[in-house]
Design a protein around this ligand. Structure first.
Ligand code: NAI
Length: 319
């Protein structure tokens, strides 16, 4: 399916997200330059990528159709931004979530980028207006927000600046599809984009249920992992509703009033601190103490689960 593609992709920042993006683009047959301001960070990233790919290959979970040797050889590290930008057809910025730092970097890229390169940002919460306003190449800029880790979780939220060229959105959408990600388009920017708005709605109501003494933190997590999450891994809330009645209209007819009653009774925005925080933390730490060894072991387990789920979803794909 994949063969080696023209040009190269530039990843800026070789941390958690940058490494995962590099592997995703290499699996799609792209040459990838991984740039960082810290040379040691690139060395560590390249070692880590090699190790991750070996493990994925061993377990049959390596993405794409190219051999592991070829995929590894497609990724190279670099510390010279000017030469890295030259010939890049797509740039994915993955530096720390700091507005001033990112703005400085985009100003540098504005001087170096060609008229053709798309400049994407991985930012989780900074708006395109804050990031790209005033840039000469604003038409080529877009937020392409991944979900951690992008190698296992394919969603990418594409969020345009008001001045982003629709062609930039389409080019980025096509590229993401081509490398096996699942892009979605937001028509305009909004705080939290779509994914985090949904996530924050869930975490807020979960918090209120603990605060009201309705359920324990451990059982609350089970409501998601053994209940809602089971079907949400395969379909969203609208399709779930469609199937849970005789179509979506019938669902709204049957359950609309009840949903309104419950939602109207939701409490105020939680403080996300204090006794409830203490209670949730204590419950979590009983099973997974918050030191790096325990957290990393659990993260590895999570990533293995996600890679198996990705495989299952591929096998079950109906359209
Ligand atoms: P990280 O801290 O793991 O990596 C950041 C990397 O950027 C480091 O290697 C650092 O040396 C490098 N860096 C710093 N300044 C630089 C510069 N001027 N030029 C080039 N490289 C520079 O951060 P992480 O977690 O990979 O996050 C990157 C971006 O992705 C952030 O905007 C974050 O909000 C976003 N994101 C993070 C997710 C997560 O769960 N970690 C999920 C989705 C998006």
């Amino acid at each position: 399916m994949s063969s080696i593609k023209e040009g190269h992709i530039l990843i800026i920042g070789s941390g958690l997200i940058g490494r995962s993006w590099a592997m995703v683009f290499a699996s799609g047959g792209y040459h990838v330059k991984l740039y960082d301001i810290m040379e040691q960070q690139i060395t560590t990233a390249m070692e880590n990528i090699g190790k991750q790919m070996e493990e994925l290959d061993k377990s049959g979970m390596l993405r794409g159709s190219l051999s592991i040797q070829l995929q590894v050889s497609l990724i190279s590290g670099c510390t010279d931004l000017k030469s890295a930008v030259e010939g890049a057809t797509y740039i994915q910025e993955c530096t720390p979530e700091n507005l001033e730092l990112k703005k400085k970097l985009f100003a540098q890229l504005d001087l170096l980028a060609s008229e053709k390169a798309v400049i994407g940002s991985s930012t989780s919460c900074l708006s395109p207006t804050k990031l790209f306003t005033g840039l000469k190449h604003v038409k080529q800029c877009i937020v392409a927000h991944p979900v951690n880790p992008p190698y296992y979780v394919p969603l990418v939220e594409l969020v345009p600046h008001p001045k982003t060229d629709p062609a930039t959105v389409e080019k980025t959408y096509a590229l993401m599809k081509e490398i096996g990600q699942c892009p979605v388009k937001l028509m305009r920017e909004i705080d939290g984009f779509a994914l985090n708005r949904l996530q924050y709605a869930i975490i807020s109501e979960a918090w209120r249920l603990i605060q009201a003494g309705v359920i324990s933190p451990t059982d609350l997590d089970l409501v998601m992992s053994e209940g809602l999450g089971m079907r949400y891994a395969f379909m969203g809330p609208f399709e779930t509703a469609h199937l849970n009645a005789e179509g979506f209209k019938s669902y709204c007819e049957r359950y609309g009033e009840g949903i309104k009653r419950v939602v109207q009774a939701f409490g105020p925005v939680p403080e996300f601190s204090g006794d409830v925080e203490q209670k949730i933390d204590q419950a979590l730490c009983e099973n997974i103490p918050a030191d790096s060894d325990h957290l990393n072991t659990r993260r590895e387990w999570r990533d293995t689960c996600l890679s198996h789920l990705a495989k299952l979803k591929k096998e079950m794909k109906s359209n």
